[in-house]
Structure formats: C-alpha cells, structure tokens
Design a protein around this ligand. Sequence first.
Ligand code: ATP
Ligand code: MG
Length: 415
Amino acid sequence: MKTNLEQYSKEDHGIFKKDIDPDVLTISDTLISNGYQAFVVGGCIRDMLLGKTPKDFDIATDASPPEICKLFNKAKIIGRRFKIVHVYTSERKYFEVTTFRSDVKKKTNEKKFKKIQGMLKRDNVYGSISQDAFRRDFTINSLYLDLDSEILHDYVNGLDDIKNKKLRLIKKPSISYQEDPVRMLRALRFESKLGLKLTSECKQPITEMAHMINNVSPFRLFDEILKIMHSGSAVTGYNKLKEYGLFKYLFPYTNKILSENQIYNDFFIAALNNTDTRINDGLHVNPSFIYAVFLWPYFQELEVKYSDDSSSGIDRAFKKVMQSQGEYIAVPDFFQSTIFTIWSLQSSFLNLSSRNVQYLTEISKFRAAYDFFYIRSQIDHELKFYADKWYEIQKNVKGKKRERGKKYYGKRKNK
Ligand code: ATP
Ligand code: MG
C-alpha cells in the first residue's frame, strides 16, 4: 500500500463545485475563514468520481466539536464514543461535520478484546488528516477534497482504485474485518451497487471470518442489511451474501430451510427483483417487506408446527420467529407489526367472497400484503388464479379511493 500523499488538481480529478451542495460550500468557507482545515470526504467524493449523484455530503475538519459549534448558529454534538457535529442549514437539513480522528493502538490485552465479543475495538482520539485517512475502511472512501483550493488529497491511492474499479481495504483485510465485521457487508454492498471488484486479498478472508458478523449488534445489522437490499442491487447483494458465506450467519433459520428447499431461493429472487425495480424507479419501499420475505420460510415452518394450537398458532409462530431471529438481526417493533399483518393476511387471499374482499381492502396494510402474495404467486402457480383476481380487485379499489379523494379535496377547495 502506497502511503505518501498524492494531490490532484481539479483538471485531474474532475469534480466541480457546481456539483456540490451550496450549503456545504458555506460550511467549508466558514471553517476555513476561521483558520481551520475543511474537506469534503467519504461516500460523496467516491460517488461523484464514479459519475453518480451523492446521497449526502460529509465534512472533515481539524476543529474540535465545541469549536465547530461556536461557528454555526445551529449545531448539535451527537454520539457518545465518537462525537460528531450536525450543522443545520435549515429546519430539517443538516450536514455531518467530523473532527479528524486517529486509530490509537492501546496496549489492550487479548482477554479484553474477547470481552467485547471478539471485536477489536480501539479508542478513537482526534488526529491529523493523514491519521483520519488511515482509520477509514476502503481506499475509495478516503479521498479529501479541499473546496478552497479544489485539490483532492489522496493518502491511500484511492483515486487509482476508483479509476481501476477496485475495492480495497486500507488496512490489512483480516485486521480490518476483525476491527469491524460490518466492513464485510459494506464490501459486498459497494461491489454490488457501484460495480467495483473487491481485490482478492480483501475477498479471500471473508469466508473464514464471516462468523464474526454475529459479533455486531443486531440493531446495526438490521440497518446494514436494509442498505444492501435498498441499494437498487438487492439481487446481486443477496447472491453475494450467500457466495461469501455471510447469509447463513445472518438468517440461520431461513438458511437451513433454504438448503433443503430451493423454491424459497426463487421466491427471494422474485421479491428482490421487485424491490430493485421499485428503487430504480424511485418508488417507496417499506423496510418491513425485505424482512417479511427473508423470514417467511421460517414462519411457514413454525406455522405448520404450531397449527394444532388453533387460532393462536400464527401468534406463537410469529413471536418465535422474531425472538429467535432477534439474536442475530433485531427487527424494531414498528416494523414487526407490519410483518405480522403481511403474513397473517396471506391465507385470506384464498377467499374471494365479497365479505372478505370488503374486509381485506379496508385494511391499511392491504397493499403490502397483496404485493407479497403476488410475488408468492410468481413462484407458486396454484396462487396465480387468486393473485389475478386480487389484481383486478385492488385496481378497482384504487379507482374508488381516487374518486373518494377527489370528492373530499373538491369539497375542501370550495370552502
Ligand atoms: P453510503 O453513504 O453510500 O452508504 P458511505 O461510504 O458514505 O456510503 P457512510 O456510512 O455514510 O458510508 O460513512 C461515511 C464515511 O465514513 C465512509 O465513506 C468511510 O470513509 C467512513 N466509514 C463508514 N463506515 C466505516 C467503517 N465501518 N469503518 C471505517 N470507516 C467507515
Ligand atoms: Mg454516506
């Protein structure tokens, strides 16, 4: 790994100020005119270099969190272990401003590492820009753009990696993944979403280290899996999760059933294709949907097992799924209730009586439950007849709702 600083002028890197949010320019100007350093860094620089529109802009500086706060009208320090500052530029819009940090190797013994569940954690202390560059995950995420001089600072050969479409960890891969096993998920997300290729040194240790993903907080994993599934490349992401041996540690119960019954794999691919299409068309996707999909095989297995329990069988099966899976990935309560509705309504789609039609179409999660049923019908052809009928029904419902909406808004307008 080359460690010397390379600096690129705007002619060389090709990022233009016009592509950067004007609020970011203002924040950067404020920091620089007060004698601090300020750089735009991370995913936004990477995305712009790859010709993609960045989701958000992050700023790194040598000003400390209290110093940052002094410079802006509305700024809030957040985070306990690492303090970062949210600088608000309007009521709801803020940017993350982070003080340069360094990884400091403390003389912590092996026992202490184990205590924190096998993860190597180091205290983060403030540092210089070069130290900040080396504490990041991938070379492509460690490029710093100075908005004053428009010079791009590259300590890790990230620009060459971007040009060569290579995804490379900054640190030795085994150490990097041990420090933070989420980097294995980030690796496959960037590969899938950005079309980059993980270098063989970075790819090879994943299979051996995949089990370490279970050292990560189940709440954090909920978010990270969603990021993969909502990246617009969910099918590729899912295939990579399996290829790298991570899926079995994330969804162990589903994985066991999957190895015995491949039909669920087809169901997953159909559902993820649907999600990819929605995301790429800019449509809304409900986070519950992905988890309803991945946990469906396990729920079905338990539903059969508990079916003697009469009506409480579904409740018991649902609780058991959430409880067992929650040790690996924790689904927040809010999303659990949608998943329950989606699952518990599935059998109702086999009943086409007018009473049932009326009942189902009035339920708020009807559409989500129908979408789920529709995807099931693509795999299970016995359901196709019902899915087609419900397609017509929901089209009419949509029409009626639109009519009702028109009347309602029409009245309001006249008042
Ligand atoms: P995206 O926003 O598209 O998910 P990103 O790279 O911007 O990608 P963020 O989570 O927004 O991801 O993080 C911002 C930056 O912080 C990254 O570009 C990287 O430099 C650093 N970073 C994020 N997560 C880690 C991590 N687990 N280990 C080391 N550095 C990280
Ligand atoms: Mg980001």
